[in-house]
Design a binder for this molecule. Structure first.
Ligand code: SF4
Length: 355
């Protein structure tokens, strides 16, 4: 049984461990007819062994691009800059062949839609044979089978389904097979990109439980990309909130949810529907065109707390006493009081003016 003190000591041990993966000033951009689109623009974070970092934000804020950028799985035409340190090496700029060798045994990815990744013409057994043979050609067939069955058992898939085809499973089971395939090589770091999208809430709960067991049992570091703040509150140790290619707030998930500091985080949380919701809230406007993002704080056209400085200069990242990091002018005392830094009337910076 896990006690409160053992949970605390596990958390402390995790926080003092060296990161499995560290991203520093990571940038990903695409060429377009409208100019370069900076989908990820100077992102910095760490993930430690056994830790789950939730990456949240609206659609189009750069979450999936960041997840794929970290693993070097971007489409042709994307450019990457900055540093992603893993096992003493920088993954950015690493030769494709070397990176390919790390993917699978060291770096895993769980995709959003399993049917796009599972070959409908291949049995489950063949998927595992292909994955394991690629990275462990020395493994005999019986060991491949026993490792595959162990991974499937961990996901609640019985051995009797080993010779079935993907279409013979429900959506939730297919997603669990995908997770088993990603984990059969025991990677140290995994990106799970919206792993529960399109699943019903019961299956979603199962998948989240599986991911929690995974990090507990294997000390796997996990980045969980989701738009579902409820999942992050339940399953993540830390959270990073993305807006328009930037991480605007990151910190301990409980602290950020209990005491959100960045106006975008506050607005996202206000927009979440729960049993206690009495009226719907939405953030006016939409995320900016990343080919031409707003000057200053990228959230200022939609921010209910915007000040004049927000429309002029990009805010600094401020380390708060809680340990959270917040990229906003509000915690900078001089900015809210000095001459010329007085709050803007919200209507002065309406979305229409920015369009
Ligand atoms: Fe709002 Fe200004 Fe903070 Fe941006 S910097 S989130 S516009 S208060």
């Amino acid at each position: 049984m896990t006690t409160a003190s053992s949970t605390e000591s596990t958390t402390e041990a995790r926080e003092s461990a060296s990161p499995v993966l560290s991203a520093r000033d990571l940038r990903v951009w695409y060429g377009s007819t409208r100019g370069p689109v900076a989908a990820v623009d100077g992102v910095t974070f760490d993930v430690r062994p056994g830790e789950t970092l939730g990456l949240v934000g609206e659609s189009g804020c750069g979450k999936s691009t960041l997840g794929r950028g970290v693993l070097g799985l971007l489409p042709a035409g994307a450019a990457v800059d900055g540093e992603v340190r893993f096992a003493g090496k920088n993954l950015v700029g690493m030769p494709a062949k070397e990176l390919q060798q790390l993917r699978g045994p060291e770096l895993g990815l769980i995709f959003q839609e399993p049917m796009t990744r599972l070959n409908p013409l291949m049995k489950v057994s063949e998927h595992f044979e292909e994955t394991l043979k690629t990275h462990h050609p020395e493994l005999p067939k019986d060991q491949i089978r026993s490792r595959a069955l162990e991974a499937l058992r961990g996901m609640g898939i019985p051995a009797s389904r080993y010779e079935s085809y993907p279409h013979e499973f429900s959506g939730g089971m297919r997603q669990r097979i995908m997770i088993a395939l990603a984990l059969v090589l025991r990677p140290a770091f995994v990106v799970a990109d919206e792993p529960t999208t399109a699943l019903d809430v019961l299956v979603e709960a199962q998948i989240i439980q599986i991911l929690a067991d995974l990090r507990r049992n294997f000390d796997t570091a996990l980045v969980l990309i989701t738009h579902n703040l409820g999942i992050v509150a339940e399953a993540c140790d830390r959270v990073a909130v993305m807006y328009a290619g930037h991480i605007v707030e990151q910190g301990d998930a409980r602290e950020v949810f209990a005491n959100p500091q960045h106006p975008y985080t506050q607005e996202l949380l206000r927009s979440t529907i729960s049993l206690g919701t009495t009226g719907l809230h939405f953030i006016p406007g939409s995320p900016p065109d990343l080919a031409h993002p707003p000057v200053g704080c990228r959230f200022h056209p939609r921010c209910p707390k915007a000040m004049r400085v927000c429309a002029e200069e990009a805010p600094p990242e401020v380390l708060l006493p809680s340990g959270s990091r917040n990229t906003c002018w509000l915690p900078v005392p001089d900015m809210t009081t000095a001459e010329g830094r007085l709050p803007l009337e919200v209507e002065e910076i309406s979305v229409a003016d920015e369009a």
